[in-house]
Design a protein around this ligand. Structure first.
Ligand code: ZN
Length: 497
């Protein structure tokens, strides 16, 4: 039996290497590659991921998993080996369910839909996107039929990003958030002034500041990079090779928070136990749990009063035009609450409402109760309902996000789950670290990182998101109340004195 386990580990390590080679090609494509490299690069990526998929879904892996079932039953559920066998079986079963022609159809239709979406968004005309969206949606619904039948047709989609989670569980959380968040937005009153975030901010100086922040957050020297890109992301090739990106503009400072967001993702990768590296267990338990940590470092740290009490003076030295901005004005500005049209520009309070809108529409699309012809109108009605905003055109409405070009239904809710989880977990950390505020002010992030590493990051993908949450803070379900309390008290504290 140990031979079978070693054999499995060796095969999985090779699959991991192939996937990481593909990821390196992808990172390079999005940060360094000259535009004319795109054609050849897509061949490289397709070849590498094709070989990785073929090796992973091989009958041999299935045979080894069968052979190892008795060992798995003997081992402690939480042990690395039992988890490796359990998670690999789950991934393998799912990967084997989908015929390769269907996966190819999906990739092809998604490619076409992406092109149609770019044109439609340029023309601000949903009707130019609709036929392609219909085709890629149809493929995704065919795909869903191969998955485990759930309680709701949406369950198969959600399971891709939140393993084991049910639509009904997410809906229960969002049903609490919906009325409460709309009420908080109303109470927020006049948006604060944040005009000082616009102006002349040389990129090299922004880079210098952000580099210092990341160092203090606890990244290991020589084990990460932060590079400029168009669409910020974070990826990892190993625990000691973490790649983060942000989008700098010389005319505003928003790259700082985008950078801290990606740093939060990066810290989860760095904090994973060495014992689960180079295996399917390396990574995050789910997108929502991963996002909870990017939001933690971006918002709970990077938009907090203690953090800036300790750091505003440094920023003012680098950008003297900020010397006139006092801490209160700064704090109110960077936490400005204002309903708007665009999700990616949304503040902490309104952000989840943008997600609830998409979650509700996606369920109807997947259930077939909303014809795509009626999608723009349904979108606009919900924007008015949830955020009190009138959508002037499709470009700033239903066409704003790239996600639906791949029919990635189930992806959006993970962003709002991340918001909710971030505060639920933060409460436990605060109890453990009574001096947390003073530490944030002093730029000492070690205790915070260590607490989160011990509670969450070290597990990687060993457990489902809810299993991880239980091990992290002892909770067995997602509780929206800490998040709502956090927002209420934050909004109250933002009112001008
Ligand atoms: Zn993120």
């Amino acid at each position: 039996v140990p031979d079978a386990l070693n054999d499995l580990k060796q095969r999985l390590a090779e699959v991991y290497d192939l996937e990481k080679a593909s990821a390196i090609a992808g990172w390079d494509q999005r940060t360094m590659m000259p535009p004319k490299g795109a054609g050849a690069r897509s061949e490289v990526s397709a070849t590498l991921s094709g070989i990785a998929h073929e090796r992973f879904t091989s009958a041999e892996i299935g045979r080894l998993l069968d052979e190892l079932a008795p060992l798995e039953a003997e081992l402690d559920y939480d042990s690395d080996d039992a988890s490796l066998i359990r998670v690999t079986r789950r991934d393998w079963d799912k990967a084997r369910r989908v015929p390769s022609e269907l996966a190819a159809d999906w990739a092809r239709e998604a490619g076409k839909a992406h092109v149609a979406w770019l044109e439609a968004r340029e023309a601000s005309d949903f009707s130019l996107f609709k036929p392609a969206l219909q085709r890629v949606t149809d493929v995704s619904l065919r795909w869903a039929e191969y998955m485990e039948p759930g309680d709701s047709p949406y369950d198969a989609f959600l399971d891709e990003y939140e393993p084991g989670m049910k639509t009904a569980e997410v809906k229960a959380v969002f049903d609490v958030l919906r009325p409460e968040l709309t009420a908080i937005v109303r109470e927020a009153g006049e948006p604060a002034d944040d005009s000082f975030l616009e102006g002349d901010f040389p990129v090299a100086t922004q880079q210098e500041f952000l580099a210092g922040v990341l160092r203090d957050f606890g990244f290991e020297d020589g084990a990460y990079r932060l590079d400029p890109t168009v669409h910020p992301f974070a990826t990892t090739f190993s625990r000691t090779d973490i790649r983060m990106t942000t989008r700098y503009k010389p005319t505003n400072l928003r790259a700082l928070w985008a950078g801290m967001h990606e740093a939060g993702h990066g810290l989860t990768y760095q904090g994973t136990d060495a014992a689960v590296a180079r295996s399917p267990l390396y990574g995050n338990a789910s997108l929502g749990l991963g996002e909870s940590q990017s939001r933690t470092w971006e918002n709970l740290v990077g938009r907090s009063l203690p953090f800036w009490r300790g750091r505003l003076a440094e920023l003012q030295r680098l950008f003297p035009q900020l010397e006139a901005v006092d801490l209160d004005t700064w704090y109110r500005g960077i936490n400005r609450v204002a309903p708007g049209l665009i999700r990616v520009d949304a503040d902490e309070v309104t952000y989840s409402l943008h997600i609830i809108l998409r979650f509700e529409l996606e369920q109807e699309i997947v259930a077939g109760t909303l014809a795509l012809d009626d999608l723009p109108e349904a979108w606009n009605a919900k924007m008015s309902d949830l955020l009190g905003v009138d959508v002037p055109d499709d470009a700033r409405g239903v066409l704003q996000d790239v996600h639906w070009t791949r029919a990635s239904y189930g992806y959006f809710p993970t962003y709002a789950l991340g918001n909710v989880l971030s505060v639920q977990i933060w409460r436990a950390v605060e109890e453990e670290l009574p001096d947390l505020d003073a530490q944030l002010e002093a730029g000492e992030f070690g205790p915070l990182y260590e607490s989160l590493r011990r509670r969450i990051y070290r597990h990687g993908r060993k457990f489902t998101p809810l299993e991880t949450l239980e091990r992290a803070i002892g909770a067995t379900e997602i509780d929206p109340q800490p998040y709502l309390e956090y927002l209420r008290s934050k909004v109250a504290g933002l009112q001008p004195a």
